[in-house]
Design a protein around this ligand. Structure first.
Ligand SMILES: [Zn+2]
Length: 322
């Protein structure tokens, strides 16, 4: 169960996080740089990869980097490292991923060296880990918020880059919410408490997908304001104002409220962090034109907010050709 292994390592060293000097990069002269204007994702390999395996893996990371740009046209951080390690067992293409938020940010991906490019692209881990970079989170409090963001965007990124269509994107989100709804063995505890103690209660489904629902609800609420707001846009504003230092979940929420001139984030935050089960989502999905029948969803374009649903899927005009 990959989600167990996907976490964000806490770090207290962080004030230097975003102050990386490009000089260092030039001195290293890496062969595997993915650039977007002046931004760089540097791919590094552990020992043991052949030139061919490196090239294949590099193509994959490049593809996922392009997907990451489908949020607002650029990388969330100007310089980050994607560290590739080889898996010693199992046949899964990407058995493990994590983000180390040090200086600079590092996305670690453990991969099966023999996986094909297609198998690598089909695996969700890289989209999830890259999405963690969208907020300058200090990995302290309320981890459901960060895991939720990554779980929400991993599906949006894959859809926007063309890995799957709109219906499949919503199907995957719906299935996630359903898994959370069915995980009820800690229903005496609030989400906030559960995510503080994730390693002992293993309520990953409720934690990750309650979090994803939080961001979907925020996204829909922003788009209902009809002033050009969306979660993509709010995250871009956050990048522009507030990535110099790592922030706690609560600080991120406050900033997002300020940036969107709303109370959308804090009001939902209060509701979700104190929830004893995943908050209701059926009415929301219906209003978006997402119907479900025996576990399968279908889409209609006559619901009140069908246009919002499409926009969440389709806001991909920022994709830049390399
Ligand atoms: Zn994660």
């Amino acid at each position: 169960m990959k989600f167990i292994r996907t976490f964000t390592k806490p770090s207290k060293l962080l004030p230097l996080l975003f102050l990386f000097s490009m000089q260092t990069l030039h001195a290293k002269d890496s062969d595997f740089l993915i650039s977007n204007n002046k931004q760089i994702n540097e791919v590094r390999f552990d020992k043991g990869f052949t030139a061919k395996q490196k090239e294949k893996t590099f193509q994959w990371v490049k593809y996922a980097s392009k997907a990451l740009k489908a949020v607002y046209g650029e990388f969330p951080v100007d310089y980050f490292i994607t560290q590739i390690k080889a898996s010693r067992r199992g046949s899964e293409p990407v058995p493990w991923g994590e983000v180390n938020r040090e200086s600079p940010s590092e996305v670690v991906l453990v991969i099966n060296k023999h996986a094909s490019l297609k198998q690598l692209k089909d695996d969700w881990t890289i989209y999830h880990e890259f999405s963690h970079l969208l907020i300058p989170y200090d990995a302290g409090d309320e981890r459901w918020l960060s895991e939720g963001l990554a779980s929400y965007y991993q599906n949006i990124l894959q859809a926007r880059i063309g890995m799957f269509d709109e219906e499949k994107m919503w199907q995957k989100l719906y299935e996630g919410f359903e898994r959370a709804r069915k995980q009820t063995n800690y229903r005496q505890h609030k989400l906030s408490y559960l995510s503080e103690n994730m390693e002992s209660n293993h309520n990953y489904m409720r934690i990750y997908w309650s979090g994803a629902l939080y961001w979907l609800k925020a996204d829909v609420a922003l788009r209902q304001l009809n002033n050009g707001s969306s979660l993509d846009n709010a995250l871009l504003k956050l990048r522009q104002c507030c990535f110099r230092y790592p922030l706690s979940a609560t600080e991120i929420i406050q900033q997002l409220d300020t940036l969107t001139n709303s109370k959308v984030f804090s009001q939902l935050f209060q509701q979700f962090s104190t929830s004893y089960q995943i908050p209701a989502y059926n009415a929301l999905l219906q209003s978006l034109g997402i119907q479900q029948r025996i576990g399968d969803i279908s889409l209609n374009n006559i619901a009140k907010f069908s246009k919002i649903r499409k926009a969440i899927y389709r806001d991909n005009n920022l994709l830049v050709e390399d």
